[in-house]
Every structure is written in C-alpha cells, then in structure tokens.
Design a protein around this ligand. Structure first.
Ligand SMILES: [Zn+2]
Length: 250
C-alpha cells in the first residue's frame, strides 16, 4: 500500500497544479495576457489575497463569491482543481510516465475551455499531436511510433468522416473542428485503440449525460453540448482501465 502522507503530499501538489491549469485555461479563453503579476477578480479588478486563492478551500469558504464585490466565481475552478488532484495523483502512483503529465494537463485545459466557451485551444490539442508522435518515437509513451502516428491520423479522420456524414444528412454542423483536433492529440498519446475507446465511451457518456442535461433543464434539442469533455473522459477511462476494458471487449 501507499504511504498516506505521500499520497496527501502528491494530492496537494496537484491541487495547486490544477489551480495553475485553471489560470491557463481562463487566460487562453478570454485572450488575457499570460504573465501578469497577480490574479485579480475579473469583475471588480481587486487583487486576490493569497489565502483567497487556495485550491478548493477558498472557493468553499467564500461560497463561490468574490470577497469584495460578491460576484460569483465559476464552480469550474474547484471542480478542475479536484479533478487534477485525483487524476495526477493516480497517474504518479499507478502509471508514472512523465509524458502523460503533459497529456492530462492538455485534456484538463480542453475540458474547461470547452465547457466554458465551447472552444478547444489548438496549442493544447492539434499542436501536441506531433509532440505525442515524437515522444512515442523515443519511447516516452505507452504506444509505439507507428501506433502514435496512426492514432493521430485515425483520431482526426474518424471524427472528420462522422462530421461530414452528419452534415450530408442533416445539413447541420454537429461536431466542431476542435473535437477532431483534440482526438488527433489523444490518438498520438494513446494509439488507434485509444481513439476507438475515447469515441465509444465519449459518445455513450455524452448521450447519457448530455441527454439527461437537456431533459432536466428542458432545453431545446438544438442546444449544443460540448463533446470535448466526453472525449477526454473516454481517453482517461481508457488510460487507467485499459487492461480491464480489453478483457471485457476483446
Ligand atoms: Zn470582485
């Protein structure tokens, strides 16, 4: 078993890493300057005290509001922090491969920007596909060079084909280019089988969760549901439970 203090140590480090990913995602979504000295409240412009900037804890203590102007702070902040804490701690404990710190950081940023603004930044999707291929070439990922290259191509191609078919039959855009670019990146780190599971788990969970959301909130069926977070969920489940999924499906 793992030493509980070691686990808590990792968890707190990665909560802070999640805070950093929040900032990156926020600044990239709203095109804010990347290197500013201090965090400020986007509503009143006041500088955020360090003790109001602690992962999860500050958000809970302030009940999701700015200390000064009481403007509400997105629930995405504590969620992304918690997700990062759990995900990266599990990564270090069970599959310690440095390349996947980059991979999951990109996925987490994509989850936040897609949920918040329906965009996936290219820097953290398609631009990382060649990086994944290169890392695979030097043996820094779980897949071989050819699996990585094929994964990236299949990842982009499969969603491109689905989108083209969808558009042909419904005359509407169903998938964004961002989804294809994200799946190309996923493919470069997880290979073609990873792509298959990401799309499969992503579609099923997207239908269930997205459909449930539309039903509960009584939104019209033309409401756009971001697909990126579901692809990321599929990729994550595949990464951590690959051997289990293989036993079930093959
Ligand atoms: Zn404020």
């Amino acid at each position: 078993m793992f030493d509980i203090f070691y686990v808590l140590f990792l968890f707190s480090i990665f909560l802070c890493w999640g805070s950093f990913l929040n900032v990156v995602a926020y600044r990239i979504t709203y095109d804010k300057p990347f290197f500013t000295k201090r965090s400020v409240c986007p509503f009143c412009g006041k500088i955020v005290f360090w003790y109001d900037n602690l992962p999860i804890l500050s958000w809970v203590l302030l009940r999701g509001r700015c200390r000064f102007c009481r403007a509400s702070i997105s629930i995405l902040y504590p969620c992304i922090e918690l997700l990062s804490g759990i995900l990266f701690t599990s990564l270090v404990l069970f599959f310690p491969l440095a390349s996947y710190l980059l991979f999951f950081s990109a996925l987490i940023i994509a989850i936040r920007t897609d949920l918040e603004a329906m965009v996936i930044p290219q820097v953290f999707s398609i631009w990382l596909a060649p990086v994944g291929v290169l890392l695979s070439l030097f043996g820094f990922t779980r897949v071989s060079f050819w699996e990585s290259l094929l994964g990236a191509l299949v990842g982009y191609g499969v969603l491109w084909s689905i989108a083209a078919l969808f558009k042909y039959f419904t005359k509407r855009d169903g998938l964004g280019v961002g989804d294809m670019e994200l799946l190309a990146m996923i493919g470069s780190f997880l290979g073609p089988i990873g792509v298959w599971f990401s799309v499969f788990i992503g579609s099923v969970s997207g239908l269930v969760i997205g459909g449930g959301y539309l039903l509960l909130t009584k939104k019209g069926r033309n409401t756009r549901i971001p697909f990126g977070p579901f692809l990321a969920l599929g990729a994550t489940i595949y990464f951590f439970f690959e051997s289990f999924l293989f036993r079930v499906f093959f």
